[in-house]
Design a protein around this ligand. Structure first.
Ligand code: ZN
Length: 209
């Protein structure tokens, strides 16, 4: 069962310099935002299903923030105080469709493309948001490793920025971007995303039809 039921999932693209570079992009001057639909959420242990429409589905291990209090046009300090918790997420992406479509709705939005969990760890004002580590493994082999200190835009800044556009509601999820090392997922693989202090989110990968 998923650990959250958000009204929306707001994601940040290209928030780590090395990841922007590996896909041939530069760091954006302002946060690059996109959505994933809540229907894409699956929980710990549930299968990521590879859609037949894509020939290249990739993992993106990310630190996810769960909103605890409603905010609109919040300062960075107010946004920080509105964090409910931290969890692991996998921003599963059909990389071929991301390139051909321009808009990323299809590439990021397939059912099962947003594993989240295995639990939400509460965050408060004492929680150090600059030293969170994220790691992604496929079949036990490390593919990605990053730290929140390497983000182009910090977590409080991101939440403040997003809240100038849309009201963030309790349980809304913000995926804060992926470090370098994205790569393909194949049927039979097991994808893991580990966030320090949270645990490991594990999902098998299946072929869809
Ligand atoms: Zn991502």
């Amino acid at each position: 069962m998923p650990v959250v039921s958000p009204s929306k999932i707001v994601c940040v693209g290209r928030n780590y310099a090395e990841h922007a570079k590996e896909l041939g992009n530069v760091l954006p001057e302002k946060p690059l935002l996109f959505f994933k639909p809540p229907s894409a959420i699956i929980g710990h242990g549930e299968a990521i299903v590879l859609p037949p429409e894509s020939e290249r589905v990739e993992h993106e291990g990310e630190i996810a923030v769960v909103i605890g209090k409603r905010i609109r046009r919040a300062s960075a300090d107010e946004a920080r105080a509105a964090i409910g918790g931290i969890t692991c997420a996998n921003d599963v992406t059909a990389r071929d469709l991301q390139k051909t479509d321009g808009q990323w709705t299809r590439a990021k939005g397939f059912d099962t493309f947003c594993p989240v969990g295995p639990r939400v760890v509460p965050a408060d004002a004492q929680t150090d948001l600059t030293t969170i580590e994220v790691c992604c493994r496929v079949n036990g082999q490390e593919r990605q490793h990053g730290r929140s200190s390497e983000m182009a835009f910090s977590i409080p800044f991101l939440l403040s920025y997003i809240s100038t556009i849309m009201t963030l509601e309790p349980e809304d999820l913000v995926l804060t971007g992926t470090p370098a090392g994205v790569g393909p997922l194949m049927a039979g693989d097991v994808a893991e995303v580990e966030v320090s202090g949270v645990g490991v989110l594990t999902n098998p990968v299946e072929a869809g039809r």
